[in-house]
Design a protein around this ligand. Structure first.
Ligand code: G6P
Length: 613
C-alpha cells in the first residue's frame, strides 16, 4: 500500500527521500513523488511508475531543500497518473500533502471546497486535504506561530476515514506536520535531524529510536525538536522506543531477493521467536501474559482472526489449542469477522495475528472485539505496531524485518508462537499429558536444525519448478494439519507466480475438483499426519490415474513408485509439521516465479501491508 517518507535536517532532503521510497517499494505502489521546501517555494516532483524514474525528472538535481515529504501511491481513487500522484498542493501552492489511507467523505468535502472557490486537478480523495488546510488557514484571523497547526487540526477534525498525512508549508518553513488515524506512521529520532516513515525498516539505517503516532494525534516536527498534540491541540508526552532490529537485517545480504533470504533465515527466526519462552525441563513462559487457571477456565471459546498468510498460521494455532487445551477455536478472516456480528463476549479470548500489525481489517476486528468486552491478544512482528497498542496483551514474533511481499519467515514464526501459546495454556489448565507436552517442547527446540535440513531440498525443488513453471493451474492437497499447509502453499504460488492455484482438503477432491484433473495438471500434496497417510495416498492415486503430474512433500516412507517427485523432510510432531512442510512450497513458489522472470519481492497488485479496507 502507499508509503510515506519525510526528512527534516541539515542534509539535502531529495536523495534521502528517494532512498527511503526505494526501501518502501516492497509495500506495493504505482506512482511516486516528493516535495521539498525550496528558497522559491514548494517543489513538486512526481510521476506514475517506479521510484527510480524520479531521478529523471527535470529539475530534481537542482533541489537544495533540507525539509521534504515523499510518497509511493497505490491507486485507490483515480488511475495511476502524474496528476493523481502525491504530493498534492492546495490551490495557492502554500501547502503540500502526502496521504496514506482513504478519505471517505471526500465528495462532500470537495463539494464544500468547490462552493468556496477551490479547483481540483486530480481524481484523488487526497486533494481535499491541502485545500481544506488552506481554507481553515485563510479563515483564521490570528496570525501566530500556531496558525498552520490550527488549520491542520481543523482539517483533521473534518476528515472521515483513514489517514496518515505529512504536510509542509511555506508558512512554516522549519517544520513538517504529521497526523494520523487508522494508518501507520512512525517518526525516527536522529541528531539534528528527524525522519518520518510508514514503517520502521525504511529508516532503520538512520536511527533505532522511534516515536509511534497514535490515532487522532498530530506531531509538529523540527530538526531538533518534536512536539505531540491531541486533536484539541493539548500537548502529549510521548516516550521514544528503542527498536533492536539492525539495519543489515533490512538488506539482501548477498541473496538475489529478499524472499529467498527470508526463506533461508527461518532457522534463526524460529529460534529467536522461541527464545527464552522455552527452556528444557521448564514450563513454557510468557512474561507478557498473566493468565491463571481461573481465567483460562472461564474462556469458553477462542477466536483467531487475521488476513492472508497470518490467517493460515491461525489455522495451525487452532489445531494446537483444540488438541492441547480442549477449548473450541474458530479461525476467521478479519474482513469477514468485522461485519459478521460475531458471538463474542467477556468470556471470549480473541487472538489477532498480523506480521505488520497495521492491517486495516485486523485492527477493525480487534476494535470490534474490545467493544464486545472480549480479552484481546495481539501477535505481531513489529514492536509498537497498531494492533499491539490496541490489544489488552501483545506477543511478538522475533522474525526480524520481513521485506518480501510474500510472507515466509513471519508465517513459521507465527505458527511456532501459537504452538508455544497452546502449550502455555495447557500447562496452566493441566489439560494434556505433561509427558507429551515435554516431547512437543523438545521437538520445538529441535526445529531450527530440522529447518536447516529441510532447506537442503532447494535444488530438487528448483528442478521441479523448471518442469512446471509454464502451467496454468496447480492444485494443492492435504488433510488435517496438512490442509493448512496446502492453503498457504497455494497462496504463495498465486502471489508471486500468477499461476492459478487451489488448495483442497484431500477428502473434498471427489466433491467437485476432481472434474478438473486431466493429463498434465500438477497436483502438489502434503502428507505428514501418520493417521491420514493412507487416505491422502488414495486421493493421490485418483489424480495420478487421471494423468496428473505429482509432487509430494512428506516425512513418511511412502510407496513412491508412480509419484513424479517426493520431497522427504525431517519427521516431527504432527502439530509442528507445518513449520517444516511449508518450506519446500515456499521454495517452489519462489523458483517458479524466478523461472518466469517475475519480480519475486514485489508482485503485481499486491501490497505488503494492507492499511486500507
Ligand atoms: C497482505 C500481504 C500478505 C499478508 C497479509 C496480512 O496481503 O501481502 O503477505 O499475509 O497482508 O498481513 P499482516 O501484516 O496483517 O500479517
Amino acid at each position: 500500500m502507499c508509503g510515506i517518507i519525510g526528512y527534516i535536517g541539515l542534509k539535502k532532503a531529495t536523495p534521502i527521500l528517494i532512498n527511503g521510497l526505494l526501501r518502501l517499494e516492497y509495500r506495493g505502489y504505482d506512482s511516486a513523488g516528493l516535495s521539498t521546501i525550496e528558497p522559491g517555494g514548494l517543489s513538486i516532483m512526481k510521476d506514475k511508475g517506479r521510484v527510480k524514474n524520479l531521478y529523471k525528472l527535470d529539475g530534481i538535481d537542482d533541489l537544495v531543500g533540507t525539509i521534504g515529504i515523499a510518497h509511493t501511491r497505490w491507486a485507490t481513487h483515480g488511475k495511476p497518473s502524474k496528476e493523481n500522484s502525491h504530493p498534492h498542493l492546495d490551490n495557492s501552492n502554500h501547502f503540500a500533502v502526502v496521504h496514506n489511507g482513504i478519505i471517505e467523505n471526500y465528495n462532500e468535502l470537495k463539494d464544500f471546497l468547490i462552493d468556496n472557490g477551490y479547483t481540483f486537478y486530480s481524481q484523488t480523495d487526497t486533494e481535499v486535504i491541502p485545500n481544506l488546510i488552506h481554507y481553515y488557514y485563510s479563515k483564521d484571523s490570528k496570525n501566530d506561530s500556531q496558525r498552520v497547526l490550527r488549520a491542520v487540526q481543523s482539517a483533521c477534525k473534518s476528515l472521515k476515514g483513514s489517514y496518515a498525512i505529512q504536510i509542509i508549508s511555506t508558512y512554516l518553513p522549519d517544520n513538517i506536520i504529521v497526523a494520523k488515524k487508522d494508518s501507520p506512521l512512525v517518526i525516527g529520532k536522529g541528531t539534528e535531524e528527524n525522519y518520518i516513515s510508514s514503517d520502521i525498516p525504511a529508516i532503520l539505517s538512520f536511527t533505532n529510536e522511534f516515536y509511534f503516532l497514535d490515532d487522532f494525534e498530530i506531531a509538529l516536527i523540527e530538526r531538533n525538536n518534536i512536539e505531540f498534540f491531541d486533536l484539541n491541540l493539548s500537548k502529549i508526552d510521548k516516550k521514544v522506543k528503542n527498536i533492536d532490529w539492525n539495519a543489515g537485517s533490512a538488506d539482501k545480504n548477498g541473496y538475489e531477493d529478499f524472499m529467498l533470504k527470508e526463506i533461508f533465515e527461518q532457522p534463526i527466526s524460529v529460534r529467536e521467536t522461541v527464545g527464552s519462552r522455552l527452556t528444557e525441563n521448564e514450563n513454557c513462559c510468557f512474561d507478557e501474559l498473566n493468565f491463571n487457571k481461573e481465567f483460562l477456565l472461564n474462556i469458553n471459546k477462542i477466536y483467531i482472526v487475521a488476513c492472508g498468510t497470518a490467517m493460515h498460521a491461525g489455522l495451525s494455532g487452532k489445531n494446537a489449542i483444540e488438541k492441547l487445551c480442549k477449548i473450541p477455536v474458530t479461525v476467521d478472516i478479519a474482513s469477514e469477522f468485522r461485519y459478521r456480528d460475531p458471538i463474542v463476549d467477556k468470556n471470549t479470548l480473541c487472538i489477532f495475528i498480523s506480521q505488520s500489525g497495521e492491517t486495516a481489517d485486523t485492527i477493525a476486528a480487534l476494535k470490534l472485539s474490545k467493544s464486545k468486552n472480549a480479552t484481546t491478544l495481539a501477535i505481531s512482528n513489529v514492536v509498537g505496531s497498531s494492533i499491539t497498542r490496541e490489544a489488552d496483551y501483545s506477543l511478538y514474533t522475533h522474525a526480524g524485518p520481513e521485506i518480501a511481499v510474500a510472507s515466509t519467515k513471519a508465517y513459521t514464526s507465527q505458527v511456532v508462537l501459537l504452538e508455544l501459546l497452546a502449550i502455555y495454556f495447557a500447562e496452566i489448565l493441566e489439560s494434556y499429558s505433561f509427558k507429551e507436552l515435554n516431547n512437543i517442547k523438545n521437538e520445538i527446540l529441535a526445529l531450527p536444525s530440522k529447518i536447516e535440513a529441510t532447506l537442503k531440498c532447494s535444488d530438487d525443488i528448483k528442478n521441479f519448478a523448471k518442469q512446471i513453471y509454464q502451467e496454468k493451474d496447480v492444485f494443492f492437497l492435504g488433510r488435517g494439519i496438512d490442509y493448512n499447509t496446502a492453503l498457504e502453499g497455494s497462496l504463495k504460488l498465486k502471489e508471486i507466480s500468477y499461476i492459478h492455484s487451489e488448495a483442497y482438503a484431500a477428502g473434498e477432491l471427489k466433491h467437485g475438483p476432481i472434474a478438473l484433473i486431466e493429463n498434465g495438471i500438477t497436483v502438489v500434496s502434503v502428507i505428514t499426519d501418520e493417521q491420514l497417510v493412507e487416505k491422502t495416498i488414495s486421493n493421490i492415486q485418483e489424480v495420478i490415474t487421471r494423468g496428473a503430474h505429482t509432487l509430494v512433500i512428506t516425512n513418511k516412507n511412502l510407496p513412491t513408485n508412480n509419484i513424479d517427485k517426493v520431497i522427504l523432510i525431517p519427521d516431527t510432531y504432527t502439530l509442528l509439521s507445518p513449520i517444516l512442510s511449508i518450506i519446500p512450497l515456499q521454495l517452489l513458489a519462489y523458483y517458479i516465479s524466478k523461472e518466469k522472470g517475475l519480480d519475486v519481492d514485489k508482485p503485481r497488485n499486491l501490497a505488503k501491508s494492507v492499511t486500507v479496507e
